[in-house]
Design a protein around this ligand. Structure first.
Ligand SMILES: [Zn+2]
Length: 137
């Protein structure tokens, strides 16, 4: 079934709108990773420097980039860890939506006819390319 460019564009536009709506509906997000640190701290008098004492941790922390700088935030309790996990999860959703968004846009670009202005359209008719007819075999 033939579908007009206008109709296809409308459908694609709807898809586009759905994606932007979903992006707008995302919660706080950040691109980061949770890492855990263990070991001894820098304080020589700390218990962790006693013989046979276990090091600190594991301490979880969140690392992310902000304006080109790596920022590290400690995640002192399970609630902080869950919050950071949620933020990273939202970022993954954003990434997926971003991918869809680019795909929809690429499709729109692909489908959009290059509308020549009336004058150059007439010019084209006069100089028709003859590359379509290729000899059989
Ligand atoms: Zn220590």
């Amino acid at each position: 079934m033939w579908r007009s460019w206008a109709q296809t564009r409308k459908e694609t536009r709807n898809g586009y709108k759905k994606i932007t709506d979903r992006v707008a509906a995302l919660n706080d997000l950040r691109c980061g990773s949770i890492t855990s640190t263990t070991g001894r701290c820098g304080k020589p008098n700390c218990r962790c420097h006693q013989p046979n004492a276990p090091g600190h941790g594991p301490n979880l922390r969140l690392t992310y980039k902000l304006q080109g700088k790596t920022v590290t935030e400690s995640l002192p309790n399970p609630a902080a860890v869950r919050k950071a996990e949620r933020e990273i999860e939202e970022f993954r959703k954003y990434q997926a939506l971003n991918k869809e968004f680019l795909e929809v846009n690429a499709r729109m670009c692909q489908m959009r006819p290059s509308e020549p202005d009336p004058q150059s359209a007439q010019e084209k008719k006069l100089s028709k390319p003859s590359s379509k007819k290729s000899p059989a075999k």
